[in-house]
Design a protein around this ligand. Sequence first.
Ligand SMILES: [Mg+2]
Length: 172
Amino acid sequence: MIFEHWLLPDEMLPTFRDVTPEKLREAGIRFIFSDIDNTLATYDDPEPPADVTAWIRETEEAGIRVIFVSNNAAARVGRFAAPLGCPAYAKARKPLLGVLQRAMKDAGAAPGESLLLGDQLLTDCAAGRRAGMRVFIVPPIKDKTTLFFRAKRLIERPYVRKYMKNRSDPGR
Ligand SMILES: [Mg+2]
């Protein structure tokens, strides 16, 4: 399938806390364009939890900037980002590229030094891939159990399996 690589991340990690300054430095990443919902916090957390605040501080102290790019509404995104002081873009409509590329331009970020961090293959991974940046995916912190979200997971499943297979068979 021609669009298949859009849904294959570079890495799948247990949580955002596994995205360490060492790992980022090794990969030459200077900018993280991060999703919010189910990547850093649940839909029920209006403000950043303590572990997110600590992770942002640690990342920024290493000279890496974090920029939020969320498909959620401006009120949610603004309230979450304000205490952290990170630039934030709402209604990004990932996997569309318009807002993500505006965020990159505003930050002065080239694709080769950028990372998309998210929890969804169909929106986050596809947007990052299309923008030419590295992609790390974490499992959703707390999934919505609506039919819509369950259907998305079903579509994603074969890609997750393919990623796992490639990982365990590096000779391919
Ligand atoms: Mg998300």
